[in-house]
Design a protein around this ligand. Structure first.
Ligand code: A3P
Length: 289
């Protein structure tokens, strides 16, 4: 069918077009005033982008409405010839730039480390990430069909999904968080106390926002608002790419939806593998909300 298989780069599955464009991505020239939004897929990329955007526009909803967030924050891995690639879009952009990537640390172009620009990393607990990715692969016609849920669970655990193993991704970024300018956030914290987490972002970006503006940013970046907003809900992306009749892009936006998908046995198996793979790391997710 229409769905292309993933390619691999240093053992990490990626869209074939991204691998084909790797020379350009690897040679990317970062700038010191770049802000890079880094996430494993389905961890709240769209959410944090909108938060950053609202902060930069000082809570001006109208200004944030002028273009889709995808358009304003080039995605490094984007490659869909003859359209300009993510790298080309970034080159055309005036500084300071906000860029977006799902790359694990070992694949990040080295100029990012060298320029010592700022990184915003958002992590989401593994179980909800699996569920969200499963539904995303069902509706995203550019990614492989996930197959039945019980099979997908194994695919996810073995890291044979786009951008590779959740475990390696999260551990990799967690380990370097103190060595670079990285603000490490959790989806679950954003959900529980958006105001506090958004304030952290404001501070990290070296901005100031007034109380009423902060309140507006909290309101406007809620799941409900973003689900209703064509600039953030991706309803402008053609159905041949994202088929939202299969599953909406703004699907549920909750913590703990894994409980509606995992059987008791699947949960036990998942936790056993989780413990093994996460042994020795200090990262801790608050999933019991
Ligand atoms: P679900 O599939 O669990 O609903 P990404 O942007 O990295 O692709 O992540 C998408 C996930 O983030 C989806 O999760 C989506 O619903 C959720 N999401 C997007 N905006 C959100 C918001 N404002 N609040 C909470 N969750 C949000």
């Amino acid at each position: 069918g229409r769905r292309p298989p993933l390619s691999e780069l240093e053992g990490v599955p990626l869209p074939a077009a991204t691998v084909d464009n790797w020379g350009q991505i690897q040679g990317f020239e970062a700038k010191p005033d770049d802000l890079v939004i880094c996430t494993y897929p389905k961890s709240g990329t769209t959410w944090i982008q909108e938060i950053v955007d609202m902060i930069e526009q000082n809570g001006d909803v109208e200004k944030c409405q002028r273009a889709t967030i995808q358009h304003r924050h080039p995605f490094l891995e984007w490659a869909r010839p003859p359209q300009p690639s993510g790298v080309e879009q970034a080159r055309e952009m005036p500084s300071p730039r906000v860029l977006r990537t799902h790359l694990p640390t070992q694949l990040l172009p080295r100029s990012f480390w060298e320029t010592r620009c700022k990184f915003l990393y958002v992590a989401r607990n593994a179980k909800d990430c699996t569920v969200s990715y499963y539904h995303f692969q069902r509706m995203n016609q550019t990614l492989p069909d996930p197959g039945p849920w019980e099979e997908y669970l194994e695919t996810f655990l073995s890291g044979k999904v786009g951008w590779g193993s959740w475990f390696e991704h999260v551990k990799g970024w967690w380990e370097v968080r103190h060595r670079y300018q990285i603000l490490f956030l959790f989806y679950e914290d954003l959900k529980r106390d958006p105001k506090r987490e958004i304030q952290k972002v404001v501070q990290f970006l070296g901005k100031r926002v007034d109380g009423p503006v902060l309140d507006r940013i909290v309101q406007e970046t809620s799941f409900e608002k973003m689900k209703a907003n064509p600039m953030t809900n991706r309803s402008l992306v053609p159905k041949s790419i994202l088929d939202q009749s299969i599953s909406p892009f703004m699907r549920k936006g909750t913590v703990g939806d894994w409980k509606n998908h995992f059987t008791v046995a699947q949960n036990e198996r998942f936790e056993e593998i989780y413990r093994r793979k996460m042994e020795g790391t200090s990262i801790c997710f608050c999933t019991e909300l």
